[in-house]
Design a protein around this ligand. Structure first.
Ligand SMILES: Nc1ncnc2c1ncn2[C@@H]1O[C@H](COP(=O)(O)OP(=O)(O)OP(=O)(O)O)[C@@H](O)[C@H]1O
Length: 328
């Protein structure tokens, strides 16, 4: 029997109370134990809201509906105590900008250890000892000295390694990584990403990796889910999605990427991305899609299986051979 996924999102919808704006619509996604999955899409497509909902960390005024299961727990119905435990021990979040998520007045040791100490998972001494070991694992030299320092004394790359240590210390089973290297200097991005991936693989952790970059997603994860206007439009293994996209939006994203092997004019996707609440009855991508028909403009396509993959396009089978080619 196939084991149940570690994290299951079913028909997840995020709404802003008051305005009743829908920000995420009908998102369904599984992440298996030790599997890495990427959530890819343009700015505003709903990636961050989806993972915040999965952690029940939505901003005030936002509500999540649908089903969110972690292991055997119904996340949306966890009581206060179990929710605290879920966030402290089962899952961890690595943010885009470490400086925006660390208290500048507290030492690195206080920041890294307070979660596990407050949750009663480790004593203060144990937490410090384990954090120092983890710091060495992620390439931070002179861990005891770093532990006594304050965030402003560390570079962005070092601080993001500290964030990785803080995320790993409670031994979670799933890491949410929300564009973990985007805010870093380009010279350290690949180092930090390599360290994160090494830790995830060594510890057999699951990861939900949020990024704008489909190529990066394909390089670092097993499966990719492409989001557009608050919904997932295509999922598949990373290799399949990049080699033979089924949705015109995915193909458009790939064709708009610069090539590493030839000089070629990039093909931009016409029009502008829309938010989930701006979408009418039909396919959210229809106004930008050269294959759109009346059916696309009036009926919202549901996720369905095409060539063994999941895609939300009425015409996926017919257009797959006519989609724009990637600039490779
Ligand atoms: N605090 C907020 N209040 C109201 N709307 C918000 C808030 N944060 C985000 N949104 C809206 O929710 C939608 C989804 O945003 P979200 O941050 O999930 O997108 P994203 O794909 O993660 O984008 P980015 O890559 O820029 O972070 C967008 O339309 C955005 O404008």
């Amino acid at each position: 029997m196939t084991p149940a996924p570690l994290l299951t999102l079913r028909n997840l919808r995020v709404r802003a109370r008051g305005t009743e704006r829908t920000l995420v619509r009908d998102v369904s996604l599984d992440v298996d134990t030790a599997e890495s999955v990427a959530l890819v899409g343009e700015s505003g497509s709903g990636k961050s809201m989806s993972i915040k909902a999965a952690m029940r960390l939505l901003p005030p005024g936002m509500t999540a509906e649908g089903h969110i299961r972690f292991d055997a727990s119904n996340v949306l119905e966890l009581n206060r105590r179990d929710l605290a435990r879920y966030r402290a021990r089962d899952v961890a979040l690595i943010h885009q900008d470490p400086r925006a998520h660390i208290n500048p007045t507290r030492t690195i040791a206080q920041f890294v250890t307070e979660g596990v100490v407050c949750a009663g998972q480790l004593s203060e001494d144990e937490a410090i000892e384990r954090a120092c070991t983890l710091m060495r694992d992620v390439g931070i030299d002179d861990a005891p000295r770093r532990m006594a320092q304050f965030p402003h004394q560390l570079s962005g790359g070092l601080l993001q390694r500290v964030m990785i240590v803080a995320a790993l210390l409670p031994s979670p089973r799933l890491i949410f990584a929300d564009e973990p290297t985007t805010a870093l200097d380009v010279t350290v991005q690949s180092d930090v990403l390599a360290i994160l991936l090494e830790q995830i693989r060594d510890r057999q952790l699951a990861m939900l990796f949020v990024t704008h970059d489909l190529d990066l997603a394909a390089a670092v994860t097993d499966r990719v889910a492409v989001m557009y206007a608050g919904s997932i439009v295509e999922t598949g293994t990373s290799a399949e999605v990049c080699e033979r996209p089924l949705h015109p939006y995915t193909a458009g994203l790939l064709a708009s990427r610069p090539s590493t092997t030839e000089v070629r004019r990039l093909t931009a996707i016409p029009g502008r991305p829309v938010a989930a609440y701006e979408v009418g009855e039909g396919c959210p991508f229809a106004p930008r899609c050269s294959f759109a028909t009346d059916e696309c403009r009036t009926q919202r396509p549901q996720q369905r299986t095409v060539q063994g993959r999941s895609v939300a396009c009425h015409h996926a089978e017919d257009i797959v051979d006519r989609l724009p080619e990637r600039a490779s």
